[in-house]
Design a protein around this ligand. Structure first.
Ligand code: MRU
Length: 321
């Protein structure tokens, strides 16, 4: 893989701007925590694990900047940074998981009497560990998941649960990568994934980069292709899995799951433990982000809905366990 989704640098957090793909490969440097928050909100960086890594780095950057500006490293400052990052996107639990880990590190460092620079060093170290461990987890997930992929498989996926959605390698696309390395993948079908086209723009981009065969279909073609027996299994990622296994993922995932059940096609969710929210009994409690109507009412600068007609834009749905 010849790109980095996110990287820590002394002077900021660098992200591959996913809003610009596939037209342009542009890297954006976030100089402070509020830049990181904006990048998450506007989906410069997206995908549950990647959002978690970005939030952790955002906290470290925010506290590093406070130190360098001579501001006190106090609880009020830390809470402000965390609050801003927490208010970006509500559904992917990895964001809150990462913020919680950073908080525990912050509290432990202060309880141990660590001073300014030492506290920042520990926060940076943890953010980098979260990034590193995400890739390691995905590699293990991929190796495990490849076991369920039959020979010469045609695999359907929805949205982007790839290296772009994580610190690297991917969850659902981690399974695809490992299966491909084992010589088992004939074709990956990528649902376009309206309205923001993560499948067409991002999944197709990163699989093509890795020379993994990929075909894009619009979301409404999945039933036809599956009905013809052209799909052997479905693998998707997750934004939040409730304690009973109900799974929130990109809008449209539930429909794909129903199609898979109707056609007797195995449907798998590939996700790390950081995506499981044991505090929620069922998926009914998962907060679902509603995004701006403008994402639905226009395409490539052209209106696709008459002005004044209301639209809905839930970004995720919940597939019952
Ligand atoms: O709105 P997005 O692009 O952040 O949604 C991403 C997804 O739904 C992914 O499938 C999910 O986060 C898993 S990423 C490994």
């Amino acid at each position: 893989m010849s790109f980095a989704t996110i990287a820590w640098q002394e002077d900021g957090v660098v992200m591959l701007d996913q809003t610009r793909l596939p037209a342009a490969e542009v890297y954006l440097t976030c100089r402070d925590y509020d830049d990181v928050a904006r990048a998450i909100k506007t989906m410069v960086i997206r995908g549950a694990p990647a959002i978690g890594v970005a939030a952790a780095m955002g906290v470290a950057l925010g506290m590093q900047n406070r130190l360098q500006a001579g501001q006190p490293l106090d609880e009020a400052g830390f809470a402000q940074v965390c609050r801003t990052l927490a208010a970006t996107r509500p559904t992917a639990v990895n964001l809150f998981w990462a913020l919680e880990k950073m908080r525990r590190k912050w509290e432990a460092a202060r309880a141990a009497g660590a001073a300014g620079e030492e506290i920042v060093r520990r926060l940076v170290e943890l953010a980098l560990a979260i990034q590193r461990e995400d890739v390691e987890t995905n590699e293990r997930l991929g190796a495990h998941g490849a076991g369920v992929v039959p020979a010469a498989a045609s695999i359907l996926t929805h949205c982007n649960a790839g290296a772009l959605a994580c610190a690297g390698y991917g969850t659902a696309l981690g399974v695809v990568r490992a299966a491909h390395a084992a010589g088992k993948v004939k074709m990956v079908f990528a649902d376009e994934t309206r309205p923001l086209l993560q499948g067409a723009r991002l999944t197709a981009w990163e699989l093509q980069r890795d020379n993994i065969p990929v075909t894009v279909i619009t979301d409404n073609m999945a039933a036809y292709i599956m009905g013809r027996g052209e799909i052997d299994l479905v693998v998707v990622g997750a934004d939040r899995v409730a304690a009973n296994g109900d799974t929130a993922n990109k809008i449209g995932t539930y429909g794909v799951a129903l199609l898979a059940r109707a056609h007797g096609v195995p449907f798998y969710v590939a996700a790390p433990l950081s995506t499981v929210d044991f505090s929620l009994a069922t998926g009914a409690e998962i907060p679902i982000e509603e995004r701006a109507p403008a994402e639905v009412t226009g395409l490539a600068g052209q209106p696709t809905v008459p002005a004044g007609v209301p639209v809905r834009n839930p970004a995720f749905d919940v597939t019952p366990a």
